[in-house]
Write a protein that binds this ligand. Structure first.
Ligand code: TEU
Ligand code: CA
Length: 533
């Protein structure tokens, strides 16, 4: 079945670091508006904007204090509507982050919730009495994702509340029907505002297991299966579908971390009776060998596993990394543009919807942290607060790595802003440098998406056949047996014997290619896409 979101090329905008329109050092909604043409020229027709709601910004906006308000630093509802309208005029769809698992502890509901057990909102969150009547002890030994206990004591109520991430982001109680109704109302509000769908944040954590200790350890342990990917989560997501998404042509793409299995992911997103259309997973994010070198075989096999399961009408996003992970070029490509070109050739012609993380298209590198004062990421700060000695490695184990501000040109602060940006960046290149250079990474990304569009029947809807999967250096696959994607991800020239004919080369990382009778000589990190029928 054809869908607009299968044909889309997605682009993730980390709003805080994208473009600052009013020069306060923080990216904003009008900043995105001013860069729509750039996005359009890239070949993108779908943007995902990270949270812009009112927030104390403990976790850069994933801690929402009012779902109906836009944070003043990002703009206002009028500007958001204007952005959506202008994007639509350019045929760009807009999806927004939907934070369902938790709110900020400054959200009105939570403030009410803390007042008394009889308060209407008390049950909007997960409250438990101490485990022992006299002794004040936490209900379980679970540790959350940001290295804090999942439980936080409240003296007044003599109860603990639950959080998957941090105490400043208490988890919502999805068992409560009133809470659910309020959430449907909020979701429908944004649908009526004109968004084209949602990226459902932390979708896998909505349901929690029975509150019994994890036996993985006597002390605190991040036993994420206690609060990730439980079947009950599907029930909640299906309620949302019934109350908000049904019969609407939206894209619902879940973020399903917490170790979601492929089978579970398929339950989330099979486009048959599932609550969502696709899910982001993290299996392909850490494909390294024993020497911490990128492992192509692992990478190919990971994608193959997902593609084998998500065939027919089901679908996956094609993405490298996001704002929680390091930068692609630093993570997998030793900061080499050529390696990046080679690897993106592999990824973006697979069967699925590409999602680029802003700045990836020009090969933005990880930022380099030299001092704790440069760190903004709460999860990293939490880890560091527990250490006596902090090494450079500890400092650079932060989600900030990929959150540096966008490098628009070579002026001060790369013209992201005229004021000191909220976070540093790593100005090794710029859009200005690459935009008119036909050999740049940026130009290469544009070519990829142009070809994908031009041959959409084959490259989007066609079936996929990954060949020679055990080959450590070569990737080789065909789409519909008509277009071949071939690359040499190694430092050596390789003569590779083909089982088809190179008739017309559509894309080449290099300026030429040596074709022999029934083989081809690929230079190091050379990739080609060619018609073979
Ligand atoms: O991340 C969620 C997230 O990291 C977990 O779902 C994941 O399962 C875990 O790391 C282990 O795999 C999202 C956002 O992307 C992130 O920026 C937010 O901080 C977080 O949710 C909380 O809203
Ligand atoms: Ca701003």
């Amino acid at each position: 079945m054809k869908n607009w979101w299968k044909e889309a090329v997605g682009y993730q905008i980390y709003i805080k670091s994208f473009y600052d329109s009013n020069n306060d050092g923080i990216g904003d909604i009008n900043g995105i508006l001013q860069k729509l043409e750039y996005i359009k020229n890239l070949g993108v027709n779908l943007i995902w904007i990270t949270p812009f709601y009112s927030s104390p910004m403990v976790d850069n906006g994933y801690d929402v204090s009012n779902f109906y308000r836009i944070s003043r630093v990002y703009g206002n509802i009028k500007q958001l509507k204007n952005l959506i309208n202008n994007a639509h005029k350019l045929d760009i769809k807009v999806i927004i982050d939907l934070v369902l698992n938790h709110t900020s502890n400054k959200h009105k509901w939570f403030i009410e919730s803390m007042k008394s057990v009889d308060n209407y909102y008390n049950n909007y969150y997960i409250w438990e009495y101490p485990k022992y009547n006299n002794l004040v002890k936490e209900p379980t030994n679970w540790l959350g994702f940001f290295s804090e206990s999942c439980w936080k004591y409240n003296k007044k109520l003599n109860m603990y509340y639950f959080s998957t991430f941090t105490h400043k982001m208490p988890d919502l109680n999805w068992e409560n029907k009133n809470l659910r109704n309020d959430m449907y109302k909020m979701i429908n509000y944004y649908i009526n505002l004109g968004v084209d769908g949602f990226r459902v944040d932390a979708a896998s954590h909505l349901a929690k297991d029975e509150f019994v200790n994890s036996n993985m350890s006597n002390t605190y342990v991040c036993d994420m299966y206690k609060f990730s990917n439980l079947d009950k989560t599907l029930v909640y997501l299906n309620y949302i579908k019934d109350n908000c998404f049904k019969n609407k042509d939206l894209l619902i793409i879940g973020e399903t971390g917490g170790g979601a299995s492929i089978d579970m992911a398929y339950k989330y997103a099979n486009n048959n009776d599932s609550p969502m259309n696709m899910v982001f997973n993290f299996d392909h994010n850490w494909c390294f060998d024993d020497n911490q070198k990128f492992d192509l075989v692992k990478y190919k096999k990971t994608w193959k596993r997902w593609l084998d399961k998500f065939n027919k009408n089901s679908w996956i996003p094609l993405n490298f990394l996001n704002h929680d992970q390091p930068r692609l070029i630093s993570h997998y490509c030793d900061n080499s543009y050529l390696k990046n070109k080679c690897l993106s050739t592999f990824l973006y012609f697979l069967r699925g919807t590409p999602f680029i993380y802003n700045g990836e298209e020009i090969g933005m590198q990880n930022i380099e942290i030299n001092d704790i004062s440069e760190i903004r990421d709460i999860s990293c700060l939490n880890v560091l607060s527990k250490k006596d000695v902090i090494t450079k490695k500890d400092l650079n184990h932060t989600r900030d790595l990929s959150r540096g501000y966008m490098l628009w040109d070579n002026n001060k602060y790369s013209s992201f802003s005229t004021s000191i940006p909220w976070i540093k960046s790593n100005p090794t290149t710029s859009i200005y440098d690459q935009e008119y250079d036909n050999s740049s990474l940026l130009s290469y990304y544009k070519k990829i998406f142009k070809i994908r569009k031009e041959y959409s029947n084959i490259l989007i809807y066609g079936n996929i056949n990954i060949k020679d999967i055990e080959n450590k250096n070569i990737f080789y696959y065909t789409r519909d047996d008509k277009i071949t994607i071939l690359g040499n991800y190694s430092d050596n020239n390789i003569e590779y014997i083909l089982d088809n004919k190179i008739l017309n080369i559509l894309l080449n990382t290099h300026t030429d290619i040596e074709i022999l009778d029934n083989s081809v000589i690929l230079k190091p990190y050379q990739a080609i896409v060619y018609i073979n029928f």
